[in-house]
Structure formats: structure tokens, C-alpha cells
Design a binder for this molecule. Sequence first.
Ligand code: 5AD
Ligand code: SF4
Length: 444
Amino acid sequence: MTNNSEKKLFFIATYGCQMNEEDSEKLSGILKKIGYDRTDIKEDADLIIFNTCCVRENAELKVYGNIGALKSLKKKKHELIIAVCGCMMQQKGMAEKLIKKFPFVDIIFGTHNSYKFPEYLSTVKQNRTSLIEIQDTEDGIIEGIPIDRKSDVKAFVTIMYGCNNFCTYCVVPYVRGRERSREPQNIEKEIKNLISKGYKEITLLGQNVNSYGKGLEPKITFADLLRRINKIEGLERIRFMTSHPKDLTKDVIDAVNECDKVCEHIHLPVQSGSTKILKKMNRRYTREQYLKLVHDIKQTIPKVSITTDIIVGFPGETDEDFEDTLSLAKEIEYDSAFTFLYSKREGTPAKEMKDHIPEDVKHQRFEKLVKVINESCSKKNAEYENKTEEVLVEGFSKNDITKLTGRTRTGKLVNFVGNSEHIGKLVDVKIIKARSFSLEGKEL
Ligand code: 5AD
Ligand code: SF4
């Protein structure tokens, strides 16, 4: 199929985390500004962009497969432009490797220079040669980039970029650069603008939001920022992610409790329940400190939901270390968790460590852990049965278009029958049935 309309169309595929999602929304905003329209049909597009992730190997393999599959489309449609960007491209030697493997790719750029994309696009259109532009360092914080958001109800707002933590398994600090915080007034301005467009919920984004504010004058902490944003009129809900356990202070926990708009949900990646492994991961907290932190959170914030990330099979993880992770997960009873098989990443210290765990052992441990997580997730969901919950309605459910879908303040997915006028509104819903990963509700 070809696109006969005046406007050029772009298709964008996003891999990885919320940060990448937000970067794609920015690329999309920039492209709409210069006259492109978005399409969900790859074959119709004049421009195809892959915004890549390199946190784990399987994300990279997926990208290779999907770019490879475009070879025949590019043959049929010479004028098609293919661009690849994001974290994976930021890795040493990756751009060169990719262009060698897929010479039909037109533009490659990294995480620090996506705002220059229109410039790259016009250069490639004029010269019809491939262009690779990867910057090693960031150009400070670029404000004012248009953002074409996926949802009309909830929005992500980045409050800080990069990460200084250098967990030994993680590639993020190498591809996203050092921590830098946005000025609070710019964050407020963006949120007020979102409210004027009808948005009800914002999620403050950063690799480690609890260290927000370092280097800013006048001084401001993440707890201060939460309190400040909580005062913005018209905003209904505030969420934030991700919290690093070493930096989540009592002040932040108190702010979550005091601020009426801040939702009762904390995503607190633990990564491992073994102090020995946490040390090897350079996480800078012990099992006991983490347990105490969760205890304090539960004591201070009634009804709070706690979610986490856990890595299974980190180098040197013994059966006992893994048992520590299982027992920690059982003790905490997470509302949900993202579980990952440890994946070797080029340039990270963990890749060079001894005693890598055989794949079959990793998989066996992974399955055991998933079972424990699913049990606590079901148990936590069951606690909602027969209770009334405030749900922010996001739209119709993808799996059952007769139902509306939204989330509780604690982040639980709720599906219920209701009319489309509820979309974008807070609705009281009675939970009639808890499922493993969602709740079934009835409008009151
Ligand atoms: N292998 C497996 N999981 C990883 N994560 C980060 N790096 C790796 C890796 N090399 C996970 C962590 C992090 C989440 C976003 O991805 O759990 O919190
Ligand atoms: Fe990676 Fe650790 Fe930074 Fe999270 S805190 S992005 S896991 S280095």
C-alpha cells in the first residue's frame, strides 16, 4: 500500500522503559511539528524509527529481528527512510556494527541528540547517504521539545535524566549519562500545561527520582518537589518512579503520606534478597536495611502497594543467596514484580565477574520466584474484593472493548462496564472479583 495523502507518515517502534516511551513521544512531537503524521501500519510509513533498548540482551535481539525484516520493504520502496536511535546505539561500536549488518538503515543517532532529528532527516533526504551521529555527552537539558503523548488522561513528566549509581549489572549510566535534574519551575510549567489540556494524572520519571535536585540552586529535594507539585490545582494524581532504596528518605515517605494527590504506590527495586549479592551489585543497602525501609513505608502509608524489580542468576548467586531472595519476596508480599534473568552487558563490571550461572539454573530459579510473586499478587488483589475504589478511567479495555479500564490509586488495573463519558474521570467502582493480574469492578 502507498500513502497518497499530502502528509508524510512515520511509524515508531519503542523498546524498553518509560524513559524510552517518553523519548518516542518527543520524537513524535517533533515530527508532527515538521508536517509528519503518525501511522500504526509499518507498510504505509515514509519513515520508520526504532527507538532501542539495551538493558537486557533479548531487547537487542528483538531489534535486530525487526530491522532485518524491513529489507524487502526498503527494496520495494526506495524513498523509505529507516532510522535507529536510543540506548542501544549509544553503546561503543554498536552503530558501526548495525550499519554493517543492515546497510539499508539511513539514520543512526543516540540518546543525547534526538532533538536534532529534523536536521538529520533533511541531510539524508538531500544526500541519500547513511548518517551516523552519536554524542558521548549530553547537551544539558533541552526544554520545550513538543511531546505527542499516547494518552489524553495520564502523562509522564521527566524530572531528571541519567544515573550515577553504576549498579554493576547495568548499562544505563553508560548510555544515559550522568544525573541531571530539571528546574522545578520547568516541571511545574509542563504539568500546568498538561492540566489545561485535561490531563488528570502525572508520573514523575527518573532513573532514581529520590536523588532529584542535586546541583540545583536554590536547593530542593524530591520531597520538596512532591509537596510543590501537590499544590497544583486541577491535578488529581501524582505518581513517581523509580525509587532507589538507598535514597528513599523518611521525608519522601512522609510527603507521600501527607500529599493528598500523591498515590499510595512505591516501586522499589530490590534486585536481590541476599546482602552478599547486593554488595556485588553495588546497590549500597543490605537485606535488613531494605526490609526496614519497607516496614517503615507500610507503617506510614496505609494501604500502600509495593512493587519491585528482581534479577535472578547474578554472577556468584548460590542456592542460599537465591533462597534469600525467595524469603524476602515472601516476607514483603509484593503487589507485583518485574522479574529478570541476569543478562551479561558489554562494558559492565558484572560481565567480568567469576561464577556466571548456567542458563538452566537461572531458568529454574526464575520459575520458582515467579510462583512466589504470583501468589502474593493474587493475595493482595483478593484484599480488594467487596471494597470501593477510586478509579481513573483511561479508556476501553484492549482485551474486552465492552469494558472500561483504569487504575486504583495503588496502581491496580480495574475493568468494569460503564459508558464512555467516564473516560478521563475519577469513578468510584465496587470490586466484585479479584483476578491474578487485574480486578473486576462494578460502577456504584
Ligand atoms: N540483567 C537483567 N536485568 C537487568 N536490569 C538492569 N540491567 C539488567 C541486566 N543486565 C533490570 C533491573 C532494573 C530493570 C529496569 O532492569 O532489575 O531495575
Ligand atoms: Fe541501572 Fe542501578 Fe541506575 Fe537503576 S540505579 S538505572 S539499575 S545503574
